[in-house]
Design a protein around this ligand. Structure first.
Ligand SMILES: Cc1cc2nc3c(=O)[nH]c(=O)nc-3n(C[C@H](O)[C@H](O)[C@H](O)COP(=O)(O)OP(=O)(O)OC[C@H]3O[C@@H](n4cnc5c(N)ncnc54)[C@H](O)[C@@H]3O)c2cc1C
Length: 326
């Protein structure tokens, strides 16, 4: 019977990271499809509160209190404790983590410690007698489906916003387990934590995103993008073309080499809709594009294409929104 183990990741304030609620939802659906078991593992200095949050998504959560995680890099500590938790059964377990910096670090260390393979940056995971992991290849032009050989277990890192987090109908049980033995990997001291600039409106969690591409023409073009985002109560996104031109920070890049977003509304201004951008925003509930080229690729998947100059359309929209709110 397969066991899906979610290694929980935490925010800077010790609360459960949103990605772990998504990964937990995925683990629950895989357990249901396979007749297996889904379990969460929280390794933290103070694991109780995040474990209760995780138990809102999983039937069974195990905590390992690890005081050294307070001021030392979490990933190696979590990986070492996770390897101990998996124990001899590791070969059959499917370990699920987020494909962010912490999840990637922990996955790599756990792979070495537990002798498991890793499938990275999954955009979908299904069950078909074994886990089937979809990942983008060749710049997003191809989606591959891969699984683990041998006993079928391994580690999967899942890209944020590829699963919609859904709490379980009933709250799961939390069990505290004592750490076994001293940590052997060297601890990495955290001397300072800084908040990424531009993170005031995190695009991964925004309900509305107004995004600018090469068509906005320069950093001043993003003024209009950001005024529209403010009026709509949303966040600003961008294509790689705009980021590489230095018009906006990388933290706002959406796409294959940026972030995956899933807002209710995605307003794309001067964006052609290249496949590498599309993979980052195609699951938005509504996509509205403004482009002066009626044949731009984005026309094929936008719910609404406004053919026109983005500055003219954008300013009129801004005026209408201001009139409505004022
Ligand atoms: C390995 C790899 C990874 C990549 N990763 C990413 C990624 O993560 N994210 C990403 O976005 N891209 C990524 N790219 C780049 C991607 O291929 C495209 O080059 C990029 O998305 C194009 O950005 P754009 O739509 O802003 O620019 P363009 O393709 O140049 O499109 C600009 C659009 O603006 C329109 N336009 C111009 N002026 C106006 C105006 N005044 N009014 C209205 N419309 C106007 C044009 O008609 C055009 O459709 C990646 C590429 C590779 C090879």
């Amino acid at each position: 019977m397969p066991r899906f183990v979610v290694v929980a990741e935490l925010n800077g304030d010790g609360s459960l990271a949103k990605i772990s609620t998504e990964v937990a939802t995925l683990a629950r659906s895989l357990a249901q499809a396979s007749g297996g078991e889904a379990v969460g593992l929280v390794v933290a200095a103070e694991p109780d509160a995040p474990a209760r949050e995780l138990a809102g998504f999983l039937p069974h959560v195990v905590t390992i209190a690890e005081p050294s995680a307070h001021w030392h890099a979490w990933a190696t500590i979590a990986a070492e404790r996770a390897a101990g938790f998996l124990g001899a059964a590791a070969g059959e377990d499917v370990v699920l983590l987020g494909a962010g910096p912490d999840g990637r670090d922990a996955a790599g260390t756990l792979a070495a410690l537990a002798g498991l393979g890793v499938l990275a940056n999954a955009v979908a995971v299904a069950w078909d007698g074994r886990v089937q992991v979809e990942m983008g290849a060749f710049g997003g032009k191809l989606i591959t489906t891969s699984g683990f050989t041998g006993s079928g277990g391994g580690i999967v890192t899942v890209r944020p916003n590829t699963v919609t987090a859904e709490p379980a109908p009933t709250q799961g049980a939390v069990e505290s387990v004592a750490a076994t033995g001293a940590l052997e990997l060297p601890l990495v001291k955290v001397v300072e934590q800084v908040v990424e600039s531009g993170a005031a409106a995190p695009i991964e969690e925004a309900r509305i995103i107004v995004s600018g591409g090469r068509g906005v023409g320069g950093p001043e073009g993003f003024q209009l993008v950001s005024e529209l985002a403010d009026q709509l109560g949303g966040a600003v996104g961008a294509t790689r073309a705009a980021v590489d031109s230095g018009w906006i920070p990388y933290s706002q890049q959406i796409g294959q080499t940026g972030k995956i977003v899933k807002p209710e509304l995605y307003l794309a201004l001067g964006i052609s809709g290249a496949i590498q951008h599309k993979v980052g925003m195609q699951t938005a509930a509504s996509i509205v594009a403004v482009n002066r080229d009626p044949d731009a690729p984005i026309a094929e998947f936008a719910d609404l294409l406004v053919v026109g100059d983005l500055f003219e359309v954008g300013r009129e929209l801004l005026a209408a929104l201001r009139a409505r709110s004022g």
